[in-house]
Design a protein around this ligand. Structure first.
Ligand code: TXA
Ligand code: MG
Length: 325
């Protein structure tokens, strides 16, 4: 394959590539995914190769209707029904007991499979036309910043994917919330596009956000891996800068207006939402990281987000993007 991948809106072409065992970058409402036929282990193996992703990190399977769910899971926990009715299609991934047909490579040998139905018309059309559920992690090299446009995919994985389906910027901007039920208890393995408050409201019970070390699975949700979502430019949380580098070319990423007073010494300031709207901030977060990463700066400083609503998912991504050995 050449160093670039074709980009376009040809869903039929993308579906036929998937049916033939190829890889397609698929737009979703959260971030762009790198999709392959979930029932074709050779195709799924290509995802790991393209992303340089350790095979112990399992993939989310994307479906377009309930019939496809039946092919993947042993049964539907009763309490999932209300969640599926309320949040599907949408940024909520649920863990189910898997059927034997789901390749071990998809689940990294786990007995559970993570499934979601994306709230994106082109993704749903693609899954329908491919005629199979699609395994798809975010379409970035392992550990790097998630893509929210076709251009982000082309820059990071160009040449490694057979076709990039372009539907413009992703609406939500952070990945799905990953939720599981065990023994009547609901646990969030990764905070994301559906907030804990919304889940609790619909379930009428407490939902706990567990840290990845408590998850009790052989793998850890995306978090257990130390470095994730990282731009190439060093990134720090505001207030944790090393002052010796004060003369460096630095950018500030912030949200709301209060925090902007007296912020000097930055060559660029990106305000994800002057109004302090965390939905708007989430939609622009990864795109702003990609953009700042291309500017040849020495440091990206990011203000911590308010620890509420989507701010919880954003702080999770921020904390992981910061880690550097
Ligand atoms: O919004 C999203 O979820 C995006 C779009 C493309 O759908 N996908 C996404 O995939 O974020 P990925 O691979 O970047 O993150 C999925 C995470 C993995 O890091 C993995 O740890 C967790 O889901 N996961 C998948 N299957 C699991 C399982 N059976 N048990 C526990 N965690 C699982
Ligand atoms: Mg990812």
């Amino acid at each position: 394959m050449s160093a670039s991948s074709p980009i376009g809106q040809d869903v039929d072409r993308a579906a036929s590539i998937l049916r033939c065992g190829g890889l397609v970058a698929m737009p979703t409402e959260t971030v762009y995914g790198l999709a392959a036929n979930a029932f074709d282990p050779t195709a799924v193996a290509k995802i790991f190769e393209a992303k340089q992703r350790p095979t112990f990190d399992p993939l989310i399977v994307h479906i377009a209707d309930q019939d496809q769910l039946a092919m993947l899971v042993q049964g539907i926990p009763a309490r999932y029904q209300i969640l599926m009715e309320t949040f599907w299609p949408g940024p909520l991934t649920l863990l189910f007991e898997k059927t034997a047909e789901v390749a071990d490579l998809v689940t990294s040998g786990l007995p559970t499979v993570a499934v979601r139905m994306p709230d994106h018309s082109m993704a749903l059309e693609l899954i329908h036309k491919a005629g199979t559920p699609l395994a798809a992690p975010s379409a970035n090299p392992f550990g790097r910043t998630s893509p929210t446009t076709a251009d982000h995919v082309a820059r990071q994985l160009g040449g490694k994917v057979d076709y990039i389906l372009d539907a413009g910027p992703s609406r939500v901007g952070v990945e799905s919330t990953i939720l599981r039920e065990s023994g009547g208890r609901f646990e969030i393995l990764r905070p994301g596009g559906i907030t804990r408050e919304r889940l609790e409201e619909v379930l009428g019970q407490e939902v706990v956000l567990i840290s990845s070390d408590e998850s009790g699975t052989a793998i850890e949700a995306p978090g257990q891996l130390k470095e994730h979502y990282a731009p190439r430019t060093p990134l720090v949380v505001a207030g944790e800068e090393d002052e010796s580098g004060a003369s460096q070319r630095r950018a500030l990423m912030t949200v709301g207006l209060e925090q902007q007073q007296d912020r000097k010494g930055f060559t660029h300031i990106v305000n994800l939402s002057p109004a302090g709207d965390l939905v708007e901030a989430a939609a622009g977060f990864f795109a702003a990281l990609h953009e700042l990463d291309r500017m040849g700066l020495d440091l990206i400083v990011v203000d911590r987000f308010p620890e509420e609503g989507l701010g919880i998912a954003l702080n999770d991504r921020l904390g992981r993007a910061v880690h550097r050995d």
